[in-house]
Design a protein around this ligand. Structure first.
Ligand code: SF4
Ligand code: SF4
Length: 212
């Protein structure tokens, strides 16, 4: 058996004072390795095709998962009475109460962080807009320029796709894509609404608007 490192106390009780650890009956163990892969505390190692409890006092007090799942019932634990007796004698519930308060405080901080992160993710500072229609006489670009004039938004990566020059002359539909950005990294939702209104007023078709 390997030498255990110093264990953390269990609700104020030194771990070494608590009689809770697995014992394996080597005769009964069939070496299936289920306990070895299941235990998250590295209590077991496999030696010569049998499980060995190499760090028994690293077992979580009160846990008996490995014993419950062992197919041959080769793992046993001491009676729980000794643990219950210790809980009473050492009055661990004062410690537990303080631990619970600290846990609640940590949980509140974690939830507040998650809520702040979600709120941040909900803010869109950039969106891609795709429009179709006949742009030439509608002076759409001029109106777009007027809309952003003096405001903390910009239109970038603007592309106008005209299928053919002849087609444009014949007023065949063209496509325009651009990205709306916020210079102050603020939410652009309301401004995007104004752009949609502009598209509608110019009798163009909003093909898509995608938050980036
Ligand atoms: S689960 Fe049981 S049978 Fe399987 S290796 Fe562990 S002690 Fe042995
Ligand atoms: S009872 Fe739980 S913690 Fe203890 S050895 Fe088994 S699986 Fe690991």
């Amino acid at each position: 058996m390997s030498t255990s490192t110093e264990k953390a106390p269990w609700h104020g009780i030194p771990r070494g004072d608590i009689p809770w650890y697995p014992t394996i009956d080597a005769e009964t163990c069939i070496g299936c390795q289920l306990c070895y892969v299941t235990c998250g505390r590295n209590v077991f190692e496999m030696k010569e095709a049998h499980a060995v409890a190499v760090d028994p006092m690293n077992c979580a007090v009160g846990c008996s998962t490995c014993a419950n799942i062992c197919p041959t019932a080769a793992i046993s634990f001491p009676p729980l009475d000794a643990v219950w007796k210790l809980e009473r004698e050492r009055q661990i519930f004062r410690t537990v109460k303080k631990e619970a308060q600290r846990k609640e405080a940590r949980e509140e901080v974690r939830k507040a962080r998650e809520a702040a992160q979600k709120a941040l993710e909900a803010v869109s500072t950039r969106a891609k807009v795709e429009i179709a229609g006949e742009f030439g006489e509608k002076r759409f670009l001029v109106r777009l320029e007027e809309l952003i004039e003096g405001r903390p938004f910009d239109i970038v990566n603007l592309r106008l796709e005209v299928p053919t020059v002849k087609g444009a002359k014949q007023k065949a539909p063209s496509y325009m894509t651009f990205e709306v950005t916020s210079e102050r990294q603020e939410d652009i939702s309301a401004f995007l609404g104004e752009i949609k209104q502009l598209v509608h007023d110019a009798s163009l078709v909003l093909v898509s608007d995608q938050r980036l």
